[in-house]
Ligand binder design. Structure first.
Ligand code: PMP
Length: 375
């Protein structure tokens, strides 16, 4: 088998045992004579998988009874619009804390959605420096920088900015804003299921599946029942969060194969020792990578402030763009792929999600040393 060491940012590496299980079960799922993709989403074979995926999410994350676990389609990008559509009543304002490109996008959609429905959205804090194409983000804000109006509908943060590699609550880390009674909402697309966190602190968190959860096509939403109940009813039913909440995420046909794969990934995760074990393994991978960057500080440079350095997406620069191109090409020859930074910022990005084996990271670090010495 010729599997590469995949450092892609998303869609990203999936655990091999989860893929192998899918391969083994593909054409004849649970001795039913057909694949899981061919089953009705109302049939008992599929429903069992669906319920198991939700139960595993609840168990692994410790989701309290006060919160729903939902599967939604349309990508995290759809949630950028769907959240304000549900949660900003007429005359109210949603606040956005922007620490990178995804936060910008979430805010931009919220502006449109709220304007359509008689509310508003504003940026309560941005860590962006510069303008337009030159704009850069190198940190998440300090808590004192985020001033929240107690009347606001919610405060939205991006817990890990996948492109800029800045993240909340990493060691030593900056905490999430604490907006008191105002619900905190987090886009956790690239920050989900790699460590423990307390879902009860959040009114809503959401994550596109294609990094740590499974294939693209599904968004996992954890939302308080209170927010679901408060949601607007004057928007199309398909966009109301109460629709999946009231129908076990089976209102219409869900992406059944994607949810099946999520089940496989979650079962693997549980078998690995759950989030505690995964967190240790992930923190160590990132620590080693940043140590390698700092060790060759005249060659590799992390643009991100230490307290905000992401454990999931480690970004760094080389002395020139030509060096970066050579680095990516040389790494590829050794079976390490997905290292090119996002096209909007350039540089190198190493995504170190759960399925990225520590041994791959060790190999990459050895290559980084060699490359720095040889360049
Ligand atoms: N938010 C974050 C933090 C992301 O990394 C991404 C995708 N990389 C998105 C939102 C958008 O996700 P989707 O493509 O599923 O809409």
């Amino acid at each position: 088998m010729n599997r590469v060491k995949n450092f892609n940012a998303g869609p990203a590496a999936l655990p091999l045992p989860a893929l192998e299980r899918a391969r083994d079960e593909l054409v004849d799922f649970a001795s039913s004579g057909m694949s899981v993709m061919e089953h009705s989403h109302r049939g008992k074979e599929y429903e069992k998988v669906h319920d198991e995926a939700i139960a595993l999410l609840r168990e692994l994350l410790g989701v309290p009874d006060s919160h729903e676990v939902l599967f939604v389609q349309g990508g995290a990008s759809q949630l950028f619009a769907q959240i304000p559509m549900n949660l900003v009543e007429k005359g109210r304002t949603a606040e956005y804390v922007v620490s990178g490109a995804w936060g910008e996008k979430a805010f931009s959609e919220a502006k449109v959605a709220t304007a359509m429905l008689g509310g508003a959205a504003r940026v309560s804090c941005s860590t962006g420096v510069g303008e337009g194409k030159e704009k850069s983000y190198t940190r998440v804000p300090r808590p004192a920088e985020v001033k929240v109006d107690p009347e606001s509908a919610y405060v939205h943060v991006t817990s890990n900015e996948t492109i800029h590699g800045v993240q909340y609550e990493v060691d030593p880390g900056r905490p999430f804003p604490a907006p008191g009674a105002v619900p905190l909402i987090a886009d956790m697309s690239s920050d989900f299921l790699w460590r423990r966190f307390d879902p009860a602190r959040f009114g809503l968190v959401y994550a596109g599946a294609q990094k740590n959860i499974g294939p693209s096509g599904v968004v996992v939403v954890i939302v308080s029942k209170e927010l679901v109940a408060r949601g607007r009813k004057d928007i199309p039913k398909i966009f109301q969060l109460r629709t999946p909440a009231e129908n076990r995420s089976l209102y219409n046909t869900p992406p059944t194969f994607g949810i099946y794969m999520i089940r496989n990934v979650l079962a693997w995760l549980k078998g690995q020792g759950g989030l505690g074990a995964m967190e240790q393994r992930n923190r160590l991978k990132a620590q080693k990578l940043y140590a390698a960057i700092d060790q060759h500080a005249s060659f590799y440079r992390s643009p991100v402030e230490r307290e905000s350095r992401s454990v999931m997406n480690v970004v760094f620069r080389l002395p020139s763009e030509q060096d970066e191109e050579r680095f990516v090409a040389e790494a590829k020859k050794r079976g390490m792929v997905g290292l090119k930074g996002h096209r909007s910022v350039g540089g190198i990005r190493v995504s170190t999600y759960n399925a990225v084996e520590p041994a791959w990271v060790d190999e990459l670090i050895a290559f980084m040393g060699e490359f720095a010495r040889g360049a």
